[in-house]
Design a protein around this ligand. Structure first.
Ligand SMILES: Nc1ncnc2c1ncn2[C@@H]1O[C@H](COP(=O)(O)OP(=O)(O)OP(=O)(O)O)[C@@H](O)[C@H]1O
Length: 256
């Protein structure tokens, strides 16, 4: 079967340095794949390569078997949405208008705005608990509220693949868990760059990056071992059972 998205031996070189180096990956339908790694290890660059926003210097990325560089932006956006780390707009728009932008890939001269677009926008606002702020000015929102609107915009795009770059940044713990629950409940294939290893435990697979390379890929229980965490993050990690019967939690200690 043709994979939804395939990354084949992809590298990206900037100023003579490989910031992503020979990464290969096939997304499994419906999975939540976590991208983890230290600051500067190449997670955002890999997401941008997967989204077709950057071209690889070597290797290629295929969407439904089609090389990304042969597809038009609109075709890509009908299949894939990216929530970047910081997307800003200088325009004076409301929250609802920001989310309506997610419908752009589906509109055209022969395809005007329809009731189903209103439905998609309303569902997206509800999903991130922002419906009550739909009429607010975007510029008046807090960092966490903006992040939720970005996710709503991507949700309204109704993609099959959702790429998220640290989507829980700026969010309070209630909304961090809410956003991860929301993402896990969506019928989409998700790639999500994360720093919190507890969040990574919720993923179906994790890809660990270090200095641009993929150093491990697999189920979190197999990959996130104390030895790997020590090697990659220079911390001692112990997985402690959750007394309430939930997922185990990490106890960390920094290595000097
Ligand atoms: N345009 C650029 N010019 C020079 N170096 C760059 C450029 N873009 C990215 N880099 C470097 O490439 C490396 C990977 O960056 P990237 O943003 O992909 O890392 P990351 O894993 O997402 O980091 P973080 O966890 O801090 O968000 C970093 O060292 C960064 O400084």
């Amino acid at each position: 079967m043709t994979p939804l998205l395939e990354v084949m031996g992809v590298s990206r070189t900037v100023q003579g340095r490989d910031i992503v180096s020979d990464v290969s990956l096939r997304l499994h339908p419906g999975e939540m794949l976590g991208l983890i790694g230290p600051n500067g290890s190449g997670k955002s660059t890999l997401l941008n390569l997967m989204a077709g926003l950057m071209r690889p210097c070597r290797g290629r990325v295929c969407l439904h078997g089609q090389p990304m560089d042969r597809l038009r932006r609109r075709q890509i956006a009908q299949h894939l949405a990216l929530v970047a780390q910081s997307a800003e707009t200088g325009d004076r728009i409301t929250v609802r208008e920001a989310v309506e932008l997610g419908r752009t890939p589906w509109l055209g001269p022969l395809r005007p705005w329809r009731a189903e677009d209103d439905t998609a926008v309303a569902a997206a606002l509800d999903a991130v608990d922002m419906a009550h702020m739909a009429a607010r000015d975007w510029s008046s929102l807090s960092g966490g509220e903006r992040q939720r609107v970005h996710i709503a915009r991507a949700h309204a795009q109704t993609p099959r693949i959702l790429l998220l770059d640290e989507p829980t940044n700026h969010l309070d713990i209630h909304h961090q868990i809410g956003i991860l629950d929301l993402i896990a409940g969506l019928c989409v294939t998700t790639v999500i760059a994360l720093h919190d290893l507890h969040h990574a435990l919720r993923c179906d697979r994790v890809l660990v990056m270090q200095a641009g390379r993929c150093v491990a890929l697999g189920p979190p229980a197999e990959v996130l071992t104390p030895a790997l965490i020590r090697r990659i993050f220079a911390v001692e990690a112990e997985l402690v059972p959750h007394l309430g019967g939930g997922r185990p939690v990490f106890a960390f200690q920094r290595l000097s």
